[in-house]
Design a protein around this ligand. Sequence first.
Ligand code: PEP
Ligand code: MN
Length: 332
Amino acid sequence: MIIHLPKNISCTQVQELANNIGALCLEQAEQFVLITNHMTKQLPTDLKDIALQHWIFDSDMQLSSRQYLAETHRITLGDTYIGGDQKNQLMIAGPCAVESREQIEQSCQMLQQQGIRILRAGCYKPRTSPYTFRGLGEDGLKLLAEMREKYGVLIATEMRDATHADKVIEYADIIQIGAKSMYDHGLLAAAGKSGKPVILKRGFGTTLQEFVNCADFIMSCGNDQVILCERGIRSFETNTRFTLDLCGVAWLKEHCNLPIIIDPSHAMGYAYGIGDLARACTAMGVDGLLIETHPNPTCAQSDSAQQLDHQQFVHMYASLQPIANAIGKKLV
Ligand code: PEP
Ligand code: MN
């Protein structure tokens, strides 16, 4: 249950009320917000006279639920936004990993020519094998910070585990929590306290309910700037890397108040499918796409097969425009 209390009560009194009913307490500009688990179906008697409004839920998808907030959260990203009136479709693009100054600089030049504001690139890569490239670590973050200065791009980069959480929070404009780390409550709490926008990627074996519960973990730390990212789930099919769950995206659009972006690159696993998928996702009216592109994919140190070269990327991006126009969205 979510309960709104007025601001004219003292913090200590609110904390006492929260403790009495085992609730978590958030302070917002207009009100105090108490949140109990969804098993609470009746307004506790202590709160009957003072509660402004309350909401009862069937699950612990609470702060992220449209039942609580019908509109989609608006998330400001530099000079643009996603969510809110949902007029924008955001492009987040760049290589899987930062590999060198030359590679990341070429990536920024291409983004700049295309008017794309957000560079994605990992410095702490979660890998399937311990014998493969795991990212440049802080040296990579420093290169990304230089690119922000030089090209004015915003940086989206992954926080993989607690060993470097502080560093990523310091350098990133948008913190990415990847599919393999999305259950890490330490990371969710760190992202929740960071005050920065967070891209939360769905684990490949994660139900939609588990996914939105993780979003609620971040939001219950006081950060509602959460962007959900569908990136493919594991199915019986092995010819593609994962299976892009567009039914899941439709469910999220209906039930969840957070912007939703789609990453066709990790879902497909091969460059040849990305253009078709990006167009299909655009037609679906999502809030954004996250696409891997590399100046020379054959030499990429991670996710080589799925990264578009720059020419392929530019071609794909141009092909989204008429679809976006047709559904009244602006590519940003
Ligand atoms: C990535 O974005 O490079 C990545 C590792 O993605 P995921 O967490 O979806 O596997
Ligand atoms: Mn990748």
